[in-house]
Write a protein that binds this ligand. Structure first.
Ligand SMILES: Cc1cc2nc3c(=O)[nH]c(=O)nc-3n(C[C@H](O)[C@H](O)[C@H](O)COP(=O)(O)OP(=O)(O)OC[C@H]3O[C@@H](n4cnc5c(N)ncnc54)[C@H](O)[C@@H]3O)c2cc1C
Length: 364
């Protein structure tokens, strides 16, 4: 069994740690945050992700909302005709997933306030330890970088193409409602207004909950950046052009209590590992947009890597390097397909492409 240090304690890192513990590895998880703040975002979450988590003992069935169809409404108000029928997905709040993973993992595995700084030795592929800014250090056989889009692990160990700012802001939040509107009972909605440069998506995440997201092209909506200073009027004015369902789902109070980030893109590195350091989740492949299934991709990484390390243990691979090379080979095609979806959606949002219906990419 291996001694494994996971750097980053969000969805990828925590799920990875649970999966590895299940196989009997000794795992520690390190995160720069001192505590976990409340998160208001919600996602679409494929059925296979739910099943994977159930196998790890994390049952979310009481806190997810089943979704069997979706509608991608193009260039409102003409209402396009893209429907996703018979899909098997779920709406879930990020906070719920994170809390349950933490509960299952147990506090003694987790080390907070530990900002990864560098590996020792600094030269060479095989590293012995990871050092943190506060002077702490962890030795391990394998290091897993799960430190998100701005991954320091990636930049020091698997350098490659730079992260690119897309000039798109993503804002996400959740609204509590007395009851779900009929249109969102078992369906998600994605409004893509390429003329305005704003996408809106609505995901039911519970009987009384709608998680929503905005993607805004900042070149055509420069005032949207003042949102970060609490300036909501421009956004409220833009939303008033959308159907009533959007206005009900994103009231000013919910908008004021939301989170945002700037969208980024980055080519996949030549490989996801170097020596005994491997990347997973957003650190390996930032997939930020709605249909590009970032969260599903992160969870699939943990599943595939966990299975491969089991196989390494059973002698199917000669060493960690061949095992990781196979991980790279398996994951790359599916991640590329999702990157294409993300880039199409980005182009359409910026008015450079007329958007076609884009089916989610199913890995398993
Ligand atoms: C606004 C927004 C919109 C999104 N939209 C979608 C969407 O529509 N669909 C979707 O599927 N996904 C979406 N995502 C992405 C989704 O949140 C991630 O895919 C998911 O959280 C898994 O990410 P992760 O665990 O790999 O990385 P992250 O969630 O980014 O976690 C990285 C962790 O590493 C820690 N860390 C960072 N640097 C260091 C360091 N130097 N040392 C130690 N720890 C460090 C951070 O504190 C954090 O806990 C969105 C994310 C945001 C913020």
């Amino acid at each position: 069994m291996l001694n494994i240090a996971v750097l980053g304690a969000s969805i990828s890192g925590l799920t990875m740690a649970l999966r590895l513990q299940q196989s009997g590895h000794h795992v520690s998880v390190w995160d720069e945050r001192r505590s976990f703040s409340k998160n208001t975002a919600g996602w679409l979450f494929h059925h296979s992700s739910l099943a994977h988590l159930r196998e790890l003992g994390v049952d979310l069935s009481d806190r997810t909302h089943r979704i069997t169809s979706g509608e991608q409404i193009l260039n409102h108000p003409q209402n396009g005709d893209a429907h996703f029928e018979s899909i098997s997905t779920h709406g879930i709040r990020q906070q719920v997933l994170h809390d349950r993973l933490l509960l299952k993992l147990g506090a003694d595995t987790l080390h907070l306030g530990a900002q990864f700084d560098k590996f020792q030795p600094e030269q060479g592929y095989i590293v012995e330890s990871a050092r943190f800014r506060d002077g702490r250090e962890v030795c391990a056989d394998l290091f897993i970088g799960a430190d998100g889009v701005h991954s320091k692990v990636r930049s020091v160990q698997v350098p490659g193409p730079e992260l690119r700012q897309l000039c798109i802001t993503e804002i996400r939040g959740t609204t509590t409602v007395a009851e779900l509107p009929e249109e969102l009972m078992s369906s998600f909605k994605l409004y893509e207004d390429n003329a305005m440069g704003i996408n809106v998506y609505l995901i039911p995440t519970g009987e009384n909950e709608i998680s929503w997201g905005l993607q805004i092209d900042l070149r055509r909506n420069p005032l949207a950046k003042f949102y970060s200073n609490g300036e909501l009027n421009h956004l409220l004015a833009a939303l008033s052009n959308f159907p009533e369902l959007v206005r009900i789902s994103i009231p000013a109070s919910s908008l004021a209590n939301s989170q945002y980030r700037e969208s980024t893109d980055q080519e996949l590195p030549d490989r996801f590992h170097r020596g005994n350091v491997v990347l997973i989740g957003d650190a390996a492949h930032p997939l930020t947009s709605f249909l590009s299934q970032s969260i599903d991709s992160s969870l699939e990484d943990t599943q595939v890597l966990g299975d491969m390390l089991d196989e390494l243990n059973q002698g199917y691979f000669a060493n960690i390097d061949t095992c990781m090379t196979d991980f790279n080979r398996q994951r790359r095609p599916i991640l590329r397909a999702r990157q294409r979806i993300m880039r199409n959606q980005e182009s359409a949002l910026k008015g450079n492409l007329s958007l076609k219906k884009m089916n989610p990419v199913v890995a398993f």
